[in-house]
Every structure is written in structure tokens, then in C-alpha cells.
Design a protein around this ligand. Structure first.
Ligand code: GUN
Length: 301
């Protein structure tokens, strides 16, 4: 007998719809900044080298920046650029009054030191929220620029769950870009947070105890559906390309860090890959650029 899978479509957290709504809000804010203050927010994106995945991300960022009415400044630099030249470019953008947000696409080529490049970005223009000042402000409850992917996850969780006070959350993955800031945001929302990583013992049991699961390890389908507690909310940050011979020779497909079909049966709500967290990341980048502009101009919002 063929196995049947339950229809779990009503459990999907539609990241595309969330992102479209947020971009509409940003578009209204940009129009308001223009009409009432004569300001057009500007986002500078710096890409070093020719990593194809990064080029796709950056092209998308540029397109959506223009779509909401902001100025987009796109800087493509050669892979062999020196550290000092790259830092000089960042300094130039820091000083440019038309630039309100700066994003240096990561990863950088091996010969460049990411930490020093991020440290060179003015914290007020750091729309990625990666500067130590912003990480420190987030950790201490100040007015931080919050990293885009974690911010997107938080917005979707709040809309899906409402008050998260007292809930048990597990974050699998401890990167500076995703895992650590998400844990801070969940803590600020009064969750009891477990941070798991590659050395965590009995990961399955840790996940089984959680009401909220954030998967950000970058390993295809590592979190098994059978580990998910009945009714938990699952946010899958992973985007992994794997071989898909069932689609034909040489074909590939995208999967998350969570085994989606089985997890969806257990969960009360879950983000798909693609179409979950990904679209929200760019929408939050645009929102951060508007936030940075308001703050730089001293405008209440
Ligand atoms: N590379 C993949 N995701 C990101 C991101 O959110 N910001 C930057 N700067 N680079 C990335």
C-alpha cells in the first residue's frame, strides 16, 4: 500500500506573504520620508569577488531596494582587493550622506579579514547588525540594529504565536549572523532559551523539549521530524542545495535544516524552504535601512 502523508498546508508559515506585507510598509515609510522630510534612504551593498550564490542574493537586494523607492548603491570589487582598499571603500560609504545603510556581503574571499571589515562600518549604518556595538546593544537591551534574518524570524514568531513568555525555545546553531542574535531576541521575549550546536549531547532530547525550534546549522535535514514536540512552532533558517536524481540527471533541490514533511505533521506551524525565512531577510534589510535613516535624521518613528 502506498504511504499517505497528511495534508499539512494549513500549518505553513508563508514567508513570502509576510515579506510582501513588510515591503509594503517600508514603501509607505520611504514615501513618507520623501514627502515630509525630503529624504530618500540609500542602501549601499558591497560584494567582493564572484561567488555565484552571493551574486544572486545581491542582485535581489538591489532590485527590491529600488522597488520600495530607495536609492541603491551597488559596489562590485575584485576578489584580489587588499584589506586596506576594502576598508577605504567602507570609510568612503560611512562618510557619504546619501548612504544610510551599508551591507558587505559575506562570506568574503579567504584573504580578507571579515571581522575588521565589519568593525570598519559605522554602527549607525550597519544594517546587518553585525558590528560589535550593535551585538552589544542587542545583548544589553539597547537600541541595536538587529541582524536581518533573526529579525525576520522574530516577526514571524510573534505573528504566529503572540506572547512567547515562558515558552521553551531551542536555537540549533551559534553563528554571529543568526544563532546568537536569535537567542538574544527570544530571551528578550521572555522565552527560556537553549543554545545547541555541533557538540551538544542528546540533541534529539533537547529538541523534543522545545515549544519553539529554530534550526540554523546549515546541514540538510539534520533535525528529524520525530524530534519535534507535538504542536511546536518550527523556523527553518537553513538553505541547502542537495542532489535530486528523482528530478532527472544532474538536478538539485533546496532543503532546509529540518526534515520538512515529517516535522510538519508534528508541528502546529512551520516555515518551508524555500519561501520561509529567506524572503523575510531581505524585507528586514529594507526595514533596517529605513530605521537607520530615521535614527540618523533624529526623526521619531
Ligand atoms: N550572506 C548570507 N547572508 C548574509 C547576510 O544576512 N548579510 C551579509 N552581509 N551577508 C550574508
Amino acid at each position: 500500500m502506498p504511504t499517505t502523508t497528511a495534508d499539512t498546508s494549513d500549518k505553513i508559515i508563508d514567508g513570502k506573504a509576510f515579506a510582501a506585507r513588510l515591503r509594503r510598509e517600508v514603501l509607505n515609510d520611504v514615501a513618507d520620508l520623501k514627502d515630509r522630510h525630503g529624504i530618500v534612504p540609500g542602501l549601499a551593498v558591497v560584494i567582493v569577488g564572484e561567488d555565484p550564490a552571493s551574486q544572486v542574493y545581491v542582485r535581489n537586494k538591489v532590485k527590491l531596494t529600488k522597488e520600495v523607492g530607495m536609492n541603491s548603491f551597488h559596489h562590485e570589487l575584485p576578489a584580489d582587493i587588499s584589506q586596506s582598499h576594502l576598508i577605504a571603500k567602507v570609510a568612503e560609504l560611512n562618510a557619504d550622506p546619501l548612504v544610510n545603510g551599508i551591507l558587505v556581503q559575506l562570506p568574503l574571499p579567504m584573504n580578507l579579514d571579515e571581522a575588521s571589515v565589519i568593525a570598519a562600518i559605522s554602527p549607525e549604518k550597519d544594517v546587518d547588525g553585525l558590528h560589535v556595538i550593535n551585538a552589544g546593544l542587542l545583548a544589553t537591551g539597547g537600541k541595536a540594529m538587529v541582524p536581518c534574518t533573526p529579525l525576520g524570524c522574530k516577526i514571524m514568531l510573534e505573528e504566529t504565536i503572540g506572547d512567547m513568555s515562558g515558552m521553551k525555545a531551542i536555537v540549533v546553531g551559534r553563528s554571529i549572523l543568526v544563532g546568537k542574535p536569535i537567542a538574544q531576541l527570544l530571551l528578550n521575549a521572555n522565552c527560556t532559551v537553549t543554545m545547541a550546536h555541533s557538540r551538544t549531547k542528546n540533541l534529539a532530547d533537547e529538541v523534543r523539549a522545545a515549544d519553539i525550534v529554530i534550526a540554523a546549522v546549515g546541514r540538510p535535514e539534520m533535525i528529524k521530524g520525530s524530534w519535534i514536540k507535538k504542536g511546536a512552532v518550527v523556523i527553518d533558517v537553513g538553505i541547502n542545495r542537495i542532489d535530486a536524481p528523482e528530478r532527472g540527471e544532474g538536478k538539485t533541490r533546496l532543503v532546509g535544516d529540518v526534515e520538512f514533511a515529517t516535522a510538519a505533521e508534528q508541528a502546529s506551524a512551520i516555515t518551508p524552504v524555500p519561501g520561509g525565512v529567506g524572503p523575510m531577510t531581505i524585507a528586514c534589510l529594507l526595514q533596517n535601512t529605513v530605521t537607520a535613516t530615521y535614527r540618523q535624521q533624529g526623526i521619531d518613528f
